[in-house]
Design a protein. Structure first.
Length: 333
């Protein structure tokens, strides 16, 4: 380890444009002043000013960052003895460029090469600097730590958004876990018959789904998840073809994308109903015709709303010509 630090200091306009020191970079220094009390003997890899978006109010504030060991600490000012917070890089997923950060609007000063996101399992931290070279060094240094001790993942589409998990989300998850645990224990001790116990156990699965939901799941997402879960469990446990058909139709509707139109939903529901009903028809030819017609309807429902008539005809012909002939082979022979 080098005994002397290599540092660069620049005066930049950051955040509020008052001309404060915006970049103070020190590389490979074991004697960094900021954060030394809280981080013990960990080596300071890099330190300097960056602008960070807050978690609660989403405002942008200049902070003095210290990359020390596996932690990225941040202070209000360079000489503050106590950090305002830290980013645990052992849970780090990666360092994201501006285009891969899921943030709606950046400040004017956060140009492409000056912005970065530090993605962890619980939150993505949005930052930017004022010097292209300095920001590149930050990215390189943080990536190196995450690669060594974190959980690197190049797929930014699953990164959590840049704010802490809401109290409501935490409360729902905690309650769901507690209810599921207590209910499973009660089921084991109740002496219920196997069929009833299975039904209750499936109901607990639906509750546990809420505990496993994404931290960013909305109320609508949770309602859809619960509806889909209930429909699936009803179809599984009720020995009735009509109920099973209705459950499958409902499950599909709950799982459909939010932008699915009413017309698309009706076509999908009609198609699924015909396909499910085909198994209840004794006549084999009639059953095959219903299944084929249901498949055609369902295909039309799944097609994009702007699909042309020509494209829809080709989709239907494709099902008749390439997907369904095997259903009629036994009748021709």
């Amino acid at each position: 380890m080098a005994s002397a630090a290599t540092s660069t200091s620049k005066s930049e306009n950051v955040g509020n444009g008052t001309g404060e020191d915006a970049s103070m970079t020190t590389t490979a220094s074991a004697s960094a002043s900021a954060g030394s009390a809280s981080a013990g003997a960990e080596e300071t890899i890099k330190e300097g000013y960056l602008v960070k978006q807050g978690g609660a109010y989403r405002s942008w504030n200049k902070r003095y960052f210290v990359l020390k060991g596996t932690r990225l600490l941040y202070y209000k000012e360079k000489d503050d003895p106590q950090s305002k917070g830290e980013i645990d890089l052992t849970t780090g997923l990666g360092v994201r460029d501006k285009n891969n950060c899921h943030l709606g609007e950046w400040p004017d000063g956060a140009q492409y090469y000056l912005a970065l996101g530090v993605a962890t399992e619980s939150r993505t931290y949005f930052l930017y600097g004022t010097d292209k070279k300095d920001v590149a060094e930050w990215k390189k240094a943080i990536r190196k730590v995450i690669k060594k001790v974190g959980k690197p993942n190049g797929n930014s589409s699953r990164d959590p958004e840049g704010k802490p998990e809401s109290f409501a989300s935490k409360a729902i998850k905690g309650s769901a876990k507690l209810v599921a645990k207590m209910t499973r224990k009660a089921i084991r001790q109740s002496g219920l018959d196997d069929k009833t116990a299975d039904i209750l156990d499936d109901a607990v699965d639906v509750v546990e789904d809420q505990a496993d939901a994404s931290r960013n799941a909305t109320v609508s997402d949770r309602v859809k998840m619960a509806g889909s879960g209930v429909a699936g469990k009803v179809g599984k446990n009720v020995d009735n073809d009509v109920v099973d058909m209705g459950a499958n139709v409902a499950k599909e509707q709950f799982e459909a994308d939010d932008d699915t139109t009413v017309q698309q939903r009706l076509l999908m529901a009609g198609g699924t109903t015909l396909q499910e009903s085909s198994g209840m028809v004794d006549d084999q030819i009639g059953s095959a015709v219903m299944d084929t017609a249901g498949g055609v309807l369902h295909d039309q429902g799944e097609a994009d709303s702007d699909t042309s008539v020509k494209e829809r005809v080709l989709i239907a012909v494709g099902r008749f010509c390439f997907v369904c002939p095997h259903q009629y082979t036994e009748f021709v022979e």
